[in-house]
Design a protein around this ligand. Structure first.
Ligand SMILES: O=C(O)C1=C[C@@H](OP(=O)(O)O)[C@@H](O)[C@H](O)C1
Ligand SMILES: C=C(OP(=O)(O)O)C(=O)O
Length: 451
């Protein structure tokens, strides 16, 4: 038997009970670019594959989740070509055809759910599968509404899970009211709606990220969005054709969060992440950090690829715990793991509730963060739909299980940069799903993360 792979983050400089170590200690410094946004990268490839003509993408995230989507789009009949780093070209045929292979989406919930929605609108048969983590995630949330539109699904193994086989085509529009704020469900229905008879409506009582709506417009579709209560009513007429276009993918705020978090907790640090997407449905973490007292500034605000973008600078800060408003959850759902690592260094309690969705991500993220933080000496209370972290000295010195979840691995490595003893994570390979080059980028800022 081979030993499991691990990565270890050594403390850069420790703050013991709030007393910053004497000068001469190291800190994190520098300016970096975050990898391309994962949500937009999936969409640019999928929409490019559905469209007629050429889609040229700059800044595409070359993480494993996205490479799986690129292969899937190719299997559905598009030509997909890598022209250079982050520079890809998709030549779409104006629709998907039956793939001759199983569509293996790897670790990616976004990939599989959006691809199922896109494929459902065409006369084709396709089998979808994924890795051990994806095989545990619920699929009925998407196959349910798609079946209501007329798509046929067969579970090849367990109900509600991949592998499953889809037979598409002959869809009719539905009106769907979301019960969880999920951009994946919304997007799957809208993509199917492009090829359904009638007008598809998705009502979101709580807003979720709107990259699909924005990018569909860039591909020439008409999407009508009106505010309704705290959320949105989205309408899309069937029979619309997409046309290939140029897409510039900005930096991923969910990835930028890691180097910025490290700067907030390692004394003396100052780190800038350039070109970060600032879509309001994605910036809940930054609002929360500012409420905690973080020295976080945004400069060079601009619009790129239809999204607000800016450079974010974080400096070491003495933070205090806060209660995160539950209505903010959707705008930072992937960021609670790293928030909880930062909260371990804040004074007082950080209360994170209304986040049951965290339990159905790549892992049960509440349970894994509670276990990992506890092993590192942090006081954590677990609830059914949330958890509470009380800041204090972070002992570290633990080796943490990650259940093949990239965000669990990165969050604990960042935690280790300011702990009293190193923190190791098991099976860190999954980091490459969303943040290839994470270790090199962090070490370039002055961290010491190694196997
Ligand atoms: O639409 C997307 O690109 C995503 C939506 C979110 O999932 P849910 O829609 O399940 O909340 C998020 O967690 C995921 O990382 C990306
Ligand atoms: C939940 C995530 O992704 P997905 O659902 O695409 O696997 C994530 O990246 O944190």
């Amino acid at each position: 038997m081979t030993a499991p792979s691990t990565l270890t983050a050594r403390p850069v400089s420790a703050s013991l009970n709030g007393a910053v170590r004497a000068s001469g200690d190291k800190s994190l410094r520098g300016a970096v670019r975050a990898p391309g946004d994962k949500s937009m990268s999936h969409r640019s490839l999928i929409f490019g594959g559905m469209a007629k003509g050429v889609t040229e993408i700059e800044g595409l995230l070359e993480g494993d989740d996205i490479l799986a989507t690129a292969r899937a789009v190719e299997a559905f009949g598009a030509q997909v070509e890598r022209l250079g780093e982050g520079h890809w070209r998709v030549k779409g045929q104006g629709g998907f055809r039956s793939p001759g292979v199983v569509i293996d989406c790897g670790n990616a919930g976004t990939g599989v759910r959006l691809l199922m929605g896109a494929a459902a609108g065409y006369e084709l048969s396709a089998t979808f599968d994924g890795d051990a983590s994806l095989r545990k995630r619920p699929m009925k949330r998407v196959t349910g509404p798609l079946a209501d539109m007329g798509a046929r699904f067969d579970w090849n193994g367990a109900e509600d899970r991949v592998p499953l086989t889809l037979d598409g085509g002959g869809l009719k529009a539905i009106e769907y009211v979301q019960t969880v704020a999920s951009a994946q469900i919304k997007s799957a229905i809208l993509l199917a709606g492009l090829n359904a008879a009638g007008e598809t409506v998705v009502v979101e009582p709580e807003k979720s990220r709107d990259h699909t709506e924005r990018m569909l417009r860039a591909f020439g579709a008409m999407v009508d969005v009106t505010e309704e209560g705290e959320g949105w009513r989205i309408r899309l007429k069937g029979g619309q054709k997409l046309t290939g276009t140029a897409v510039a993918v900005p930096g991923d705020p969910s990835s930028a969060a890691f180097p910025l978090a490290a700067a907030l907790i390692v004394p003396g640090s100052e780190v800038t992440v350039e070109g970060v997407m600032l879509n309001p449905q994605r910036t809940g973490l930054f609002d929360t950090w500012i409420e905690m007292g973080a020295d976080l500034t945004i400069s060079k605000r601009r619009v790129s690829g239809g999204e607000d973008v800016g450079d974010i600078t974080a400096r070491y800060s003495e933070l205090k715990g806060v209660t995160v408003p539950q209505e903010r959850a959707a705008s930072m759902i992937d960021e609670y793991p790293i928030l909880s690592a930062v909260a371990a260094y804040a004074q007082g309690r950080t209360v994170m509730r209304g986040i049951g969705e965290m339990r159905v991500k790549e892992s049960d993220r509440i349970s894994l963060m509670v276990a990992g933080l506890t092993a590192c000496g942090v006081a954590v209370e677990e609830e059914a739909e949330g958890f509470i972290v009380t800041g204090g000295p972070v002992g570290g010195g633990a080796t943490v299980a990650t259940a093949h979840d990239h965000r669990i691995a990165m969050s604990h490595l960042i935690l280790g940069l300011a702990a009293e003893a190193p923190v190791s994570v098991l099976d860190p390979e999954m980091i490459a799903t969303s943040f290839p080059g994470f270790v090199e980028l962090m070490n370039g800022l002055g961290a010491e993360i190694a196997s």
